[in-house]
Design a protein around this ligand. Sequence first.
Ligand code: PBG
Length: 323
Amino acid sequence: MSSFPSTRLRRLRRTGVLRSLVRETELSLDDVLMPLFVVPGQGIVRPLAGLPGIVQYSVDELCREAAGLQRLGIPGILLFGLPEEKDDVGSGAYADDGIVQRALRALRREVPGLLLLTDVCLCEYTAHGHCGVIRDGDVDNDPTLDLLARTAVSHAAAGADIVCPSDMMDGRIAALRRGLDGAGHPGIPIVSYAAKYASAFYGPFREAAESTPAFGDRRSYQLDPANVREALRECALDLEEGADVLMVKPALPYLDVIRAVRDRFDAPVWAYNVSGEYAMVKSAAAGGWIDERQAALETLVGIKRAGAEVILTYWAKELAAWL
Ligand code: PBG
């Protein structure tokens, strides 16, 4: 073992070219997906206070934006929809002419080749804002499964390439797989938000998706932030039920979870760099306390270094300019 002075690690850090030759983790536009919010109406581009730079689009504007993202080289988008009306059973989530279904048909036609992913959940569609149907003041697991499966099937029928269940009900991956296969969509992959935590970092998203629970919180279905072994059990079950990809969410406070999932399983591992993680950097940058580009690149490379192959991030579009 040689040590100082024969070993000098600074030798390989001397110039940018050298640093790039020995770089272990590379950020690429091929590995990011952009979340987008779609709302009813026409000609709507509505900024969101909590998510600077992110807006709600009507379907026509969404198609324009998606085409622009495709030209920039972003491989795909993750769609969230806000329905005209909400009810107790989230009917808008699985309606044939629901907002996401309409968006998918338009995108399929106008932006061919762009990968279309959908978030499968009821919380944007229920009047109470929870991710399933309510009984005795809590989300009732089993009756919710059928509604989630119907949602996934209707997304696939409208042109989704990949469905991403984010509800955290037990048994949902099996329910979705059965539903998709039964409806003639055996080729549609399921990206499971397998390790999804009950997190404060979803704050700005809930404004964007208008999905704040009207009572209580999501701790009876999302993971406790203190647990990693339980997250691994969720992942193992989801793989057994037929998940194609495992996702960890949020990303930054859970880098150890990403690493643990990467080391334990051979399936692809993705991470969701959520709204609060983005908003923190944005607001610090707006205050002049942090360099947004550097902080964002450091955040994203950190998530990759932890073991995520693909990152869902609100920075995807800006990344195209930065890289
Ligand atoms: C819906 C859902 C949420 C997010 C993605 N899908 C919010 C939640 O569970 O309350 C959060 C995304 C973000 O914060 O960027 N179930």
